[in-house]
Write a protein that binds this ligand. Sequence first.
Ligand SMILES: [Zn+2]
Length: 266
Amino acid sequence: MYIDSHAHFDLTLEDSTVAEDSLMAQLRSNDIRHAVQISIDTASASWSQDFARRHAGDGVLYSLGIHPSSPAGKDELRELADMAERAACGDDAHLLFGIGECGLDFYRKRQDPETQERSFRFQIELSNRLGRPVIVHSRDAMEQTLAILGDYPGTAGIMHCFPGDREAARRVLDKGFYISFAGNVTYRNAASLHDSAAYVPLDRLLVETDAPFLTPVPLRGKKNRPEYILHTYRFIAGLRGEPLDRVADAVYRNFLEILNNAAKKV
Ligand SMILES: [Zn+2]
């Protein structure tokens, strides 16, 4: 059994040839027991909540957050916090998996660095208040990301689409975070990611698609879909020299542990 810790179903469904029913059917037939719909702005936040409610029976959960490339003024942050606080005490509080994705993206820099940092800190604090992990996006900004996280010791979190080498992985693990690998770990030229994925202890490892992005080899070139995650699991197991089942079971246990910890804090 498998989980996909990070997918954008809304962006995947923007492709008119992809049907919602078929995405769900593929989750079931590929034994993907949970997938997390990740929001990137306030509009996708409410879509994500509705989507998770619609597909709770298929193990779909969701996050609420503002991506570092999305607008994050006072109004957006307030709207996000209101929504998350309502969601965390509502009837389907168990569907709210985490806060994010948020963080720093100094590669694209669609928002200025101060806005990104303010939004990131706001969402770390929100995640702590609600007892949910923060889902962190960090691109060309690992030092700054770690420095900000250092101001919030004890924060539970996931470094999504892990971008770094073994040393960066060690520093993220030192913060108590889980590390989630996406399809780019399967790319031939990703030597430092290969090394990191072999290094992260099994009890801190997660796997994601980040669909519709970062499609794993051998499907690279197509738009990514949650069921393609099996290629990434297989590749990571190969890197580690461990049986696929052992890696998949460990990732599944880690995911349940995150859910249980959140449930205890509710
Ligand atoms: Zn993402």
